[in-house]
Design a protein around this ligand. Structure first.
Ligand code: CA2
Length: 147
């Protein structure tokens, strides 16, 4: 059975509690339950993790190699700053789908650049919490195409 890691970065533990006009009212627990249900319905395994710490996210990406077949990654603000996450993804060679709740290209200029994008299979942004299941489907499609 294929196995996917859903990895969320800094401040995403606050989801659903503040700034609902940008990030919606769905909590991180709701997102994780939705992803688990999507995996069950479609015959793949889902594991979820979240950290506010860059190094812990790097460790999670390393640990995913050999444990999971791919990653859906919302790196939060580290998307725009982290060469370490870029290098971790490049180093593991695991397929990563980059995910953002908001449309980062319709927001402040500092959110337009992503260090993840060049090492991701693709990016989904702007569809709120629904983006997580879109990203899972995209990753599963990619894994089927490349297996
Ligand atoms: O749109 C996204 O998913 C982001 O990755 C979210 C990050 C932001 O820095 C990126 O530019 C785009 C911020 C996550 C903060 O999440 C919060 C959720 C609720 C309340 C406060 C923060």
């Amino acid at each position: 059975m294929l196995s996917v890691l859903i990895l969320n970065g800094p401040n995403l533990n606050l989801l659903g509690t503040r700034q609902p006009q940008i990030y919606g009212r769905t909590t991180l627990a709701d997102v994780e339950a939705m992803c688990a249900a999507h995996g069950q319905a479609n015959g793949f395994e889902v594991t979820c993790a979240q950290s506010n710490h860059e190094g812990a996210l790097v460790d999670a990406i390393h640990a995913a190699k050999g444990t999971h077949d791919g990653i859906v990654l919302n790196a939060g603000a580290y998307t725009h700053t982290s060469i370490a996450l870029h290098d971790a993804i490049a180093g593991t060679e695991l397929p990563v789908v980059e995910l953002h709740l908001s449309n980062i290209h319709a927001r402040e200029a500092f959110r337009h650049h992503s260090f993840i994008a060049p090492v991701a299979v693709g990016m989904i942004c702007g569809f709120g919490a629904a983006g997580y299941t879109l990203a899972l489907d995209a990753l599963l499609g990619h894994l089927e195409d490349t297996s």
